[in-house]
Design a binder for this molecule. Structure first.
Ligand code: HEC
Length: 117
């Protein structure tokens, strides 16, 4: 599977000015994303990102820039991408910036297990 995520499309209006590199989503990337998700996110989110967790919401509807903002800052960005509605108004999540370079892999794995509605 060759899918390229174009972080550059995030646009100049995005307040934290992220410039995510293009990543090639191969099986090794998905495996890494899954491993990092299971070790960093499931204290609060569900093991299955389609479902609500103990504290955090399901994650399959969050675009890459939202995953990036939540993991890097803990909060939603001031300017939300068109069509995205935050699942919660709480401010419980804490940032985990050490994961920065692997956020595209985590997002790619979440999308790879997304159930069609
Ligand atoms: C300490 C608990 C906790 C941990 C750990 C945590 N989160 Fe969260 N997350 C939350 C909560 C609670 C929310 C709801 C908004 C808020 O209160 O911050 C949330 C919201 C989100 C959202 C927004 C979802 C939406 O559609 O509105 C994303 C994306 C997200 N988390 C990704 C992650 C990822 C990826 C990890 C692991 C790298 C992670 N979170 C780790 C608690 C957590």
């Amino acid at each position: 599977m060759k899918v390229y995520l174009l972080g550059a499309l995030l646009g100049p209006l995005f307040i934290t000015q992220v410039s995510l590199a293009q990543i090639k989503v191969d099986q090794a990337t998905l495996d890494k994303g899954k491993r990092l998700y299971l070790s960093n996110c499931i204290q609060c989110h569900n093991k299955d990102p389609n479902l609500k967790g103990s504290l955090g919401p399901e994650l399959v509807d969050a675009p890459l820039e939202i995953v990036y903002a939540k993991v890097m800052t803990g909060v939603y960005p001031a300017k939300l991408p068109a069509g995205f509605v935050p699942k919660r108004s709480s401010k419980v999540m804490r940032k985990i910036p050490k994961l920065e370079k692997d956020i595209p892999a985590i997002h790619a794995w979440i999308q790879s297990v997304k159930k069609k509605k």
